[in-house]
Design a protein around this ligand. Sequence first.
Ligand code: BGC
Length: 378
Amino acid sequence: MKRSVKALTLVLAIAMIVSMAACAPAAPAAPAAPAAPAAPAAPAAPAEVQKVGLSMPTMSLQRWNQDGSNMKAAFESAGFEVDLQYGGENEVPMQISQIENMIAGGCDVLVIAAIDGGSLTEVLADAKTQGIPVIAYDRLITGTDAVSYYATFDNFLVGKFQGQYIVDALDLANATGPINVEYFTGDPGDNNINFLFPGGLSALQPYIDSGVVVCPSGQTDIGQVATVDWSSENSQARMENLITSNNYGPNATKLDAVLCNNDSTAQGVTNALLNAGYTPDNFPIVTGQDCDIVSVKNLIAGTQAMSVFKDTRTLANQVVAMVKAILAGSEPPINDTETYDNGTGVIPSFLCEPVFASAENYRELLIDSGYYTEADLQ
Ligand code: BGC
């Protein structure tokens, strides 16, 4: 009996323990270790916006306004900050101080269309010291090794289009002459005239050599035919003098052609010829380049024979590609390593292709391509 009491006690005790254990509140599950708060994404370091200094020569000619605004738009849409400045009315000291400010203002690269290609040596020495690459835009910058690259249109070819137009339009191959031609180029400080003017002469030279083409004024040196600032007023004044001193006129000495290296000089020449009584029926051939609105209207009216279209959108995009490559440390696209020696060596260049323009093709070239609207040319 004693054994059975003991056994019963033992059973009860075990039962109690088991039942107590069953009632014990389940040990709370160890709280899941709170998820470590996600480390806040390190705020993306704001991509450093790179800044381009664009220095254009003047606002007084249509083309530079277009170059400036096309480049500004192209650079901004590629994510750059842009400092765009125009050098007043071709004012060299103003251009120099604008470039100084661009350097001081932290520009990462400079794109410069020089007023006077030889005047930037000192300011660009600063750019070089600070490691700021310089691209010469349209016009070569001379006498400094701070220029890394050059982007332009093929200037010799532009001149050649102009000279060749005169050759073809006057059928010089079959002419006996004398064919009277006068010459106008641009600003003596613009290195482009050293390509444009010889380019024009290159087409005419065989006929000059054979005596078919003559220049009654005798003004054939580049210094004599230069036009300060490429200004229409200056070319008009010189043409008026030539008309007087050579007795040119619709009923006087015949003037067959005036080789003008660009539209602004052509416009001055056209004004002088209109004032001398020429009409579209007897107008001498006047050449140009740029397809300025005024000149395209003259093409349509028959008071300028041809121009050369240099699509500034193409040049702007080319320069954006160059700048991106330079800042990324890679080689920019270039297609000429021979032609443009700036006095310190050949500057690697990209030459865009100019296109011949006249009353016959202006619509397709300029309107269909969206460069101008029909209304611009009214
Ligand atoms: C440009 C021409 C322009 C002229 C006058 C030259 O350097 O190449 O397109 O007509 O300057 O601005």
